[in-house]
Design a protein around this ligand. Structure first.
Ligand code: TMP
Length: 204
């Protein structure tokens, strides 16, 4: 994995499902636009063809091996970088992605024990300039999911989320520029924390 060599800043948000991260990202986009910063919001799995295959897998429409799923996440990422993220970073636009390769490392090991393989298939990708992890307990996440949806996707049981959270914390020790913030505070307070990080990193 290499540093982002382009003029635009690449920011990643990571969190457990049900953490409320989308609300925070929406607030941030609005805030940056008000400050006249050119910003682009994106997400993984993407809205492109491979992202669609992943979403239909996660909704139990089809299935293959765990390796196949991880290769799809990685292929989706390669396409995402080439077609969307890198062209924008080259133009100096700030790109914010809701999930990126840390999701593969944290969720993938639930089914793939070979961590090195998961790392290796992501090796060619650029790293974000910084990552914000919204830390919320699995108990709260599951409650929030139950309130907002009828069906629970593949990775959303409490035990699985517990393991994923542990994985995130382990992985983040190995990377630089990771901000872990408490996502259990009220929305406004969480957002204030995010604004502080953004002010420091983007010099806004
Ligand atoms: P979403 O709910 O944020 O759209 O993400 C869908 C699910 O996919 C979520 O449970 C996290 C999982 N995921 C992975 O397991 N690996 C990945 O690389 C990505 C991007 C997501």
């Amino acid at each position: 994995m290499s540093q982002n060599p382009y003029p635009g800043k690449f920011i990643v948000f990571e969190a457990l499902d049900g953490s409320g991260v989308s609300t925070q990202i929406e607030l941030l986009i609005k805030y940056l636009k008000e400050k006249k910063i050119k910003v682009h919001l994106t997400a993984e799995p993407t809205r492109y063809l491979i992202g669609g295959l992943i979403k239909s897998w996660l909704s139990n429409d089809w299935k293959s091996t765990p390796e196949c799923l991880q290769l799809l996440f990685t292929a989706d990422r390669a396409y995402h970088l080439e077609k969307e993220i890198i062209p924008l970073l080259k133009k100096g636009i700030t790109v914010i992605s809701d999930r990126y390769l840390f999701s593969t490392l944290a969720y993938g090991v639930l089914e793939i024990k070979d961590r090195q393989w998961l790392f290796d298939i992501n090796k060619k990708f650029i790293l974000p300039d910084f990552t914000i992890f919204l830390d919320v307990s699995p108990e709260i996440c599951v409650e929030r999911i139950k309130k907002s949806r009828f069906s629970i996707e593949l990775f959303e049981s409490k035990e699985k989320l517990r393991e994923v959270r542990k994985n995130y914390h382990e992985i983040f020790k190995k990377f630089k520029n990771i901000y872990i913030i408490n996502g259990e505070e009220p929305i406004k307070e969480v957002f204030n924390e995010i604004k502080k990080i953004i002010a420091e990193e983007l010099k806004t």
